[in-house]
Design a protein around this ligand. Structure first.
Ligand code: COA
Length: 324
């Protein structure tokens, strides 16, 4: 258990909105199929901005929302599996874009795939023993690792970024993180896509491949396990929780989990209709949107829960949101 405060949040979507009808023109699919099997109606795709650009924009919003000076930031952690380049890290690029080159900043990326933000958030909360203000970002331009001719993956994903500024406070956190090393390539890409090129859809080794049904079953199992783990640690029940913010992969996955846990689906926040799956950005975008919509009460309780390639998964129960 650790104590923090979420001082500010912000999010951005990528520039271009692509509807299911747009995808109908590109691959053999239909709006009806995509909505029925996933709940997704649209997603945003970056045309000129890379992962650090989206991360920077979301950060500016989170810093403004936190009512701090950007010079107060001591740590920048970016969760991403689609960095601009191998090195420097996306976090260092964000530092530069924020104009903080002369400030002493501990900056690094982590790759936990779609669980990346949860992993970063958990690391950040532990680092608050040493630092006062930490910028945690989930940012992806996953479009550059998508084969836009593969209907089984291209309908699912989108680009975006979400950020949080964390400080010390009286909000209690209960963490759970796990991984199950995957040599079966259930969710997999070769190498790293360094060049952002939406037009190039010739078969590439860096395109994401996925065994959709395996991921579906894995997701239902580990989302339930992760939620139950943090509830048990806290001594709370699901009825004590105001909102669950799951990784925004698929409406059907989330609905299955809600049914298995005998919880009304309305307790699970979803923006996947509009955003699709933005990987490490999905949970911080959803948190910021839920906050904007007034769905996260002061002193309330929220569970963040996610899963992704690795295979990785985990949850954090946030108790006493905004507690001072
Ligand atoms: N449009 C139309 N048909 C499609 C399609 C698309 N976009 N994608 C796949 N299909 C077809 C398949 O080819 C298959 O056809 P066939 O029966 O002739 O072989 C049929 O639809 C059913 O495919 P299936 O894979 O059984 O569908 P599904 O109901 O399991 O849904 C997913 C597929 C991908 C939506 C679902 O498995 C899923 O969401 N998995 C988890 C993915 C995920 O969350 N990944 C990210 C993790 S972080």
């Amino acid at each position: 258990m650790s104590s923090i405060e979420i001082l500010g949040t912000g999010y951005v979507s990528a520039e271009k909105k692509i509807s299911n009808f747009d995808l109908e023109k590109r691959v053999d699919t239909s709006d009806e199929w995509i909505v029925q099997r996933t709940g997704i109606s649209s997603r945003y795709v970056s045309e000129t901005e890379n992962t650090s650009d989206l991360a920077y924009k979301a950060s500016l919003k989170a810093i403004e929302d936190a009512h701090i000076q950007k010079e107060d930031i001591e740590v920048i952690i970016v969760a991403t599996m689609t960095p601009d380049c191998m090195t420097p890290s996306t976090a260092c690029l964000v530092q530069a874009k924020l104009g903080l080159n002369d400030c002493p900043i501990f900056a690094f990326d982590i790759n936990g795939a779609c669980s990346g933000f949860l992993y970063a958030f958990q690391i950040a909360s532990d680092l608050l023993n040493r630092y006062h203000h930490i910028l945690v970002i989930g940012s992806e331009t996953i479009s550059k690792m998508i084969d836009w001719n593969d209907r089984s993956t291209c309908v699912l994903f989108g680009d975006g970024a979400g950020a949080m500024v964390l400080g010390r406070g009286e909000t209690q956190l209960y963490h759970y993180a796990n991984s199950e090393g995957d040599l079966q390539q259930v969710l997999h890409t070769e190498g790293l896509p360094l060049i952002h090129d939406l037009q190039n859809s010739e078969p590439q080794t860096h395109f994401l491949t996925m065994k959709g049904n395996d991921v579906f079953r894995f997701a239902i199992r580990v989302l339930k396990e992760s939620i139950e783990n943090v509830l048990e640690q806290s001594g709370l029940t699901i009825d004590d929780i105001d909102l669950v913010i799951p990784h925004q992969a698929n409406y059907r996955i989330i609905n299955h989990v809600a049914k298995k846990m005998k919880v009304d689906i309305s307790k699970f926040y979803m923006n996947l209709q509009e955003f699709g799956n933005t990987s490490a950005a999905s949970i911080p975008i959803a948190y910021a949107m839920a906050k904007e919509e007034g769905l996260i009460p002061e002193h309330g309780r929220v569970i963040l829960v996610g899963f992704g390639a690795g295979l990785t998964y985990g949850a954090t129960l946030i108790d006493n949101v905004g507690g001072q």
